[in-house]
Each structure stands twice: as structure tokens, then as C-alpha cells.
Design a protein around this ligand. Structure first.
Ligand SMILES: Cc1cc2nc3c(=O)[nH]c(=O)nc-3n(C[C@H](O)[C@H](O)[C@H](O)COP(=O)(O)OP(=O)(O)OC[C@H]3O[C@@H](n4cnc5c(N)ncnc54)[C@H](O)[C@@H]3O)c2cc1C
Length: 418
């Protein structure tokens, strides 16, 4: 299954994973822990080329054996920074809707804690390895694939393996009918008095001024009664300047949340594509794309982390069973629904804040979370669909299949400096 390494002090492995971010580390962890394959993860050395620290949130599904992070075994518990049993949405009129999705809980993993955990597990596993190098090219070769990279000391290295899973960000998004961006900036704040309820995560707070195009909301993840991640997010076509995010965040923290005196410890900023582009999963006979580059980001929500865990499990199963292909990270129905929703939002046919608030108000919380995870049945989806603005959604659904996918300008990188 394994080819020789042509240069450098690097041993062999069945699989090379290019990029040790959310998708690369999740897959490597899965393959090594289940003993399906030996793995080398190629990740650049620490420095400006690596993404800044991020938080990844997802919901686990309690004790039902389908934990998004580990397939029922709480694999990443040690990296979980916070957990919220209750979810809340504030409608544009200010009215809060609080839902209890038990046994599911919303959880936050910080990327540095996740990296530490998976790096340590790779290190102590005989089948796992982390190689600090920058991949320059990936290509098919007879019997597998080859990754040419540059090591931390500048030496060139060539790795050969049966399969390569590549999570490097794409240079440009593939052609799409709709391309929105989920762009945001958040502050880790510390207030002088207790201002937060650590049991409740505010997923969408529409009490912020709405942009002319798209929608905007606040997002509050309490870490303690006096500490929280407070974000301002837009779904629209263009990111804001840092100064504009700061102004929007200041308004949200002071005028809407009325936090009183507070300090900002650090900030997090990002851009996540929301698009109905088709992300090719296969980049060669033995080369597959994973993560955001492989279409794992759910178009209508930007959530990726949970999908990456499910996808890692599916890839591990495919390799174990000797299948030479890997399944898509999202089902066709989920992608078709997202294409309609994105188009309806982009054209302004539906009112985003009213739509999302209505979804939370009218859908049982467990079903809503399964819907967002792409795990609902057709019947459940009809039930949810009939409670949305049927006319505009139907018109959009009829139009979308006839619209061409067009190239769009590059969206920029996923993160910007803090
Ligand atoms: C600030 C922020 C917050 C987010 N929050 C959430 C959230 O709460 N929940 C959620 O579900 N999703 C969230 N997302 C979306 C998504 O989960 C993340 O973008 C996630 O990191 C995507 O995983 P990935 O593996 O595809 O990419 P990344 O995690 O970015 O990993 C790509 C890796 O490739 C490496 N790399 C790049 N070039 C090379 C090269 N030449 N050679 C080798 N390696 C290379 C990079 O260093 C990086 O480690 C967030 C995104 C951002 C930007």
C-alpha cells in the first residue's frame, strides 16, 4: 500500500494528510485511533503562514451514540472549552426565544487545544506522525500519490503514499450561482460585573442594525458570568473593514447588550464562504480534498466542524472497506435546500432575520439541530419548509436549477489578523 519516500528523513505511511487544521487533524486522528491506516500530517511550521487561533462550535448529540466530534466516544472532550445546554435567538423585535435541545449541547473547541490534543495522540501512536513542512505540490503517481514539500529548514522532501487527503484552502472558489460570505469579528470580553448566563448561548441576536443587503446578528458565547465571546456577524457579499466591525461590535456590546464597563482580552475574525459552488472532492486518482476545500462547509450556515467529523468517519470506513472513493460531506438534498435559501437571501426575497427567528420559533429544537446537520427525513423537511415563506421559497426553488454557475472573484483568506 505504501511507496518509498524519495528524499529526506521521512518514513512512509498509507495516507498523507496535507494541512493540519480542523479537517486534516480530525481525519488523521480517526484513521490512527481506529487503526485503519498509518498517517503523516503535513502542516507548516508555526509562523505567519498558519491560521490564527479560532474557536469551533458544534452540537454534540448527548448519549445517542452520534457525537459529532467522535462518533459517540467524546473523542475531543479534553479540548472542549465550554458547553451550553440552552440556545437562544433574539428576533428583530427584541423578543427572546430560548430552546432546550437536550440531550444535545452546543460546545466550543479552541483550535490550539484541539491541535495540542491531536498532536499528542499522533505522537504517541506508532501509526501517526506530524511533519512540519509546507506542501508545494500534490500529484498522482503510479500506485498512489506524491506530495512535494519544503521542510522547516528549507530542505525539499517528497512523500509518497497510497492516498493523499488535501485540506489546503483553494485559491479561488469554484463557479457558483450564489456566493455570500459569513464574515465576522468577535471580542473575548471581561465585564466588571456579572453580565452573562453561562447556561445559554445566543446563536443569533437580530437586535443589531441590518445592512442594506444580507443580514446581521450578534452572537454571544458566555465562558463565565463575567466573560464571553461576543461577535458581530454578517451574511453578505463583502467583508467589512476592521474599523467597521469594531464599530458594530462596540454598538452591540454597549447599546444592545449593555455590558457596562468591560475590557477586550483578544479578538477573532473570519470569513466563511456560503455558496452553492460544487467543490470537487477528487483532485486525482489517489488525491481527495477535505475540509472547506472539499465542500465540508454547510452553505447556509457556515458550520463545518461537525460535518468534518462525520466525513472523517465516512472516509475511515471507505478505506477500511477498500473502496477507492470517498462519499460527499453533505447530501444532495441538504445542498439543494441550501442553494434555494442562499438565493432567496441574496435576492432579498425573504427577510433573513424573520426567516431564522421563525425557524427557531416553530421547529422543535431537536429537529432543528438535525435539520442544520442535514440529518432530517424528507417528511420532516417538508414540515419545516411549509412553515417558511412558501411563495418566495417556491419561486426560488423553481428558478435555481436553471441558473448558470459563474466564476466569482476570490473571497480572500479565511482569517485576518487579530
Ligand atoms: C474564525 C473562524 C471561526 C469559525 N468558527 C466555526 C465554528 O464555530 N463552527 C464551525 O463548524 N465552523 C467554524 N468555522 C468554519 C470552519 O470550521 C473552519 O474554517 C475550519 O478551520 C475549516 O477546516 P479546514 O481543515 O478545512 O481548514 P483549516 O482549519 O484552515 O486547515 C487548513 C490547514 O492547511 C494548512 N495549510 C495551508 N497551506 C498549506 C501548505 N501549503 N502545506 C501544508 N499545510 C498547509 C493550514 O496551516 C491549516 O492548518 C470558522 C472559521 C473561522 C475562520
Amino acid at each position: 500500500m505504501v511507496g518509498p519516500v524519495s528524499q529526506g528523513p521521512v518514513g512512509t505511511s498509507d495516507v498523507v494528510v496535507v494541512g493540519g487544521g480542523a479537517a486534516g487533524l480530525s481525519l488523521a486522528h480517526r484513521l490512527v485511533e481506529t487503526g485503519v491506516a498509518t498517517v503523516t500530517v503535513v502542516e507548516p511550521p508555526d509562523g505567519p503562514a498558519r491560521p490564527a487561533e479560532r474557536t469551533w462550535c458544534y452540537w454534540d448529540h448527548g448519549d445517542d451514540g452520534d457525537d459529532a466530534a467522535g462518533g459517540g466516544d467524546d473523542a475531543f472532550d479534553e479540548a472542549v472549552t465550554a458547553t451550553w445546554p440552552l440556545l437562544r435567538v433574539h428576533g428583530p423585535d427584541g423578543g427572546p426565544i430560548t430552546v432546550d435541545p437536550a440531550p444535545s449541547r452546543y460546545r466550543m473547541v479552541r483550535s490550539t487545544a484541539f491541535e495540542r490534543l491531536v498532536h499528542a495522540r499522533l505522537e504517541r501512536s506508532p501509526g501517526g506522525r506530524l511533519l512540519r513542512a509546507t506542501a508545494d505540490s500534490v500529484r498522482d503517481v503510479p500506485g498512489g500519490a506524491e506530495v512535494r514539500c519544503t521542510a522547516a529548514d528549507g530542505r525539499p522532501l517528497t512523500l509518497r503514499s497510497r492516498y493523499v487527503f488535501d485540506s489546503r484552502p483553494l485559491r479561488a472558489l469554484p463557479p457558483a450561482r450564489t456566493r455570500l460570505l459569513q464574515h465576522f469579528r468577535g471580542w473575548f470580553v471581561r465585564t466588571r460585573t456579572d453580565r452573562f448566563d453561562p447556561a445559554v448561548a445566543d446563536l443569533m441576536d437580530f437586535r443589531v442594525p441590518q445592512p442594506r443587503h444580507g443580514l446581521a446578528f450578534g452572537y454571544v458565547l458566555p465562558l463565565a458570568p463575567d466573560r464571553a465571546l461576543v461577535e458581530y456577524t454578517e451574511f453578505s457579499r463583502t467583508p467589512l473593514t476592521t474599523a467597521a466591525y469594531e464599530a458594530a461590535l462596540g454598538h452591540y456590546a454597549r447599546e444592545v447588550l449593555r455590558l457596562g464597563e468591560f475590557t477586550v482580552d483578544t479578538a477573532e475574525q473570519g470569513v466563511i464562504p456560503m455558496t452553492d459552488a460544487r467543490f470537487p472532492r477528487r483532485a486525482g486518482a489517489a488525491v481527495f480534498r477535505i475540509g472547506t476545500a472539499g465542500g465540508a462547509t454547510r452553505p447556509a450556515t457556515g458550520y463545518t466542524f461537525a460535518a468534518v467529523q462525520r466525513h472523517s468517519r465516512a472516509i475511515a470506513a471507505a478505506l477500511r472497506d477498500g473502496r477507492g472513493s470517498v462519499p460527499a460531506p453533505h447530501g444532495r438534498r441538504a445542498l439543494a435546500m441550501d442553494a434555494v435559501l442562499l438565493r432567496a437571501l441574496d435576492t432579498g426575497r425573504i427577510d433573513g432575520p424573520a426567516f431564522f427567528t421563525g425557524l427557531f420559533r416553530r421547529t422543535p429544537p431537536q429537529r432543528l439541530l438535525r435539520f442544520l446537520d442535514g440529518a432530517t427525513s424528507v417528511r420532516e423537511e417538508w414540515g419545516i419548509g411549509l412553515r417558511t415563506p412558501v411563495g418566495p421559497m417556491l419561486r426560488t426553488a423553481l428558478e435555481v436549477p436553471f441558473l448558470p454557475r459563474r466564476p466569482h472573484p476570490a473571497p480572500g483568506t479565511g482569517e485576518s489578523p487579530r
